[in-house]
Write a protein that binds this ligand. Structure first.
Ligand code: AMP
Ligand code: MG
Length: 404
């Protein structure tokens, strides 16, 4: 068991323990937000045939040789086709086929001219410009060619990818299963939202903020509610959570108070503690353990601390379990747009919002930075990484930050 590890050490100790969840198949309608588990190649061209990108006439470019407004060439319109149907006839010298956007190119034609550029009288078509072979023709495979790799394993399925999978005709999509995350909150003071508060009680926010974050990541939170500060009950809750989920998260009760019973409860169920305390603020009193090949992570009960340590230390773990390839938050350099008056004897993460500027980026702080304040997490998309031993920060100071 390690004590007082750096954030990076904690991250790698946790990631070392991760096994990726099993795989399955979902229908395309269920695929958005899931992670692809196998390489997917297209078995067809998209589009599957050469087609017209506009409403016009398909003809032979050679027929328009020398055409001018004064001396247009006259062609005979032999057929009309719309999207979804193939021409029955072939374009031969001196002929044209009328077609609508998306209709396949008729055999024999090598160019399309739009309606607005021609004159039509009965079946006679007058073209008054010389056309380039191939112009206004979308070739088969413009988007995807037969055999092309559409997506690699470990990629998140997003709406355009859903569309592309549909375009190649895929309907059953190989994905990683959803990661099941058991979460429960410890604390005698906690009451469920919707219930009245009696003296000394507060509403349980951690369960809901972290559950929502799990859901947003595409994982499946299993809400375990509240357990009071009692050893047996906490241990029972941990055991139950282990049977239901791939990973267990608790909030509260990991510090050194008389009723901080999560460390004892983990001992009680014979979990192997991996580390206790991380050298960062907020959230330093957190811990991680392992039992039955599953991670159990105890986070501080302070709402902002719980959320920030969840994002920095637990989210990469969940992402790896989900099968994602990119799991770590990206780092960026920016300029602070607000001062921060306190010194930071310990490494500290400040909640901020990235303001993209023409040159460089600025970070505005989102409000009060204390452990118990959750409001400043709203709209927070970066965490300014303040090194241990820093003095107060001034407006305009260069900082490094982690992108959430
Ligand atoms: P603890 O980590 O248990 O020492 O709790 C630290 C602080 O966070 C205390 O003020 C708790 O009342 C508060 N707290 C603990 N758990 C929660 C929770 N689930 N929701 C909101 N606040 C909490
Ligand atoms: Mg507590």
């Amino acid at each position: 068991m390690k004590s007082g590890v750096s954030m990076e050490e904690a991250q790698s100790l946790l990631l070392d323990q991760v096994t990726v969840v099993d795989t399955g198949v979902v229908s395309l309608l269920q695929a958005n937000g899931r992670v692809v588990s196998r390489k997917i190649c297209s078995m067809e061209n998209v589009p599957p045939f050469d087609r017209s990108p506009l409403d016009g006439y398909a003809l032979k470019a050679a027929d328009t040789q020398g055409a001018t407004p004064e001396h247009p060439v006259k062609l005979n319109v032999i057929e009309e086709i719309r999207a979804g149907f193939a021409a029955k006839k072939k374009v031969t010298p001196g002929t044209a086929i009328k077609l609508m956007t998306g209709a396949p190119m008729p055999a024999g034609a090598d160019v399309v001219i739009k309606y607005e550029a021609v004159k039509r009288e009965e079946n006679d078509l007058f073209v008054s410009e010389q056309l380039q072979s191939g112009s206004n023709v979308v070739l088969a495979g413009e988007d995807v060619v037969n055999g092309e790799v559409i997506v690699q394993p470990g990629e998140l399925i997003t709406p355009p990818l859903v569309g592309l999978l549909a375009a190649i005709g895929a309907e059953q999509i190989p994905v990683y299963n959803k990661v099941k995350i058991a979460i429960f909150s410890t604390g005698d003071e906690l009451v469920n939202p919707g219930e009245a508060l009696s003296p000394g009680k507060i509403h349980n926010s951690n369960l809901h903020s972290l559950g929502a974050r799990c859901f947003e990541l595409g994982a499946e939170p299993i809400y375990g509610g509240i357990v009071g500060d009692e050893l047996e009950k906490t241990a029972t809750k941990l055991r139950k959570a282990l049977t239901e989920a791939d990973i267990v998260i608790t909030t509260g009760g990991v510090s050194v108070g008389d009723f901080d019973l999560v460390p004892k409860a983990l001992q009680h169920i014979d979990a192997d503690v991996i580390f206790r305390r991380v050298k960062m603020k907020p959230g330093s009193p957190m811990m991680a353990a392992k039992k039955d090949h599953k991670l159990l992570i105890g986070l501080s009960g302070n709402p902002a601390a719980a959320f920030i340590t969840f994002d920095l230390l637990v989210v990469p773990v969940i992402k790896k379990m989900m099968g994602l390839r990119q799991v770590m938050p990206l780092t960026l350099e920016a300029v602070l747009d607000d001062p921060f008056e306190k010194s930071s004897p310990q490494r500290r993460f400040l909640r901020g919002r990235l303001k993209r500027e023409y040159v460089g980026s600025k970070i505005q702080l989102t409000g009060k930075q204390t452990n118990g304040v959750l409001k400043s997490m709203i709209g927070c998309d970066v965490l300014v990484d303040v090194p241990a031993g820093s003095g107060p920060l001034v407006c305009g100071q260069k900082v490094s930050a982690l992108l959430l």
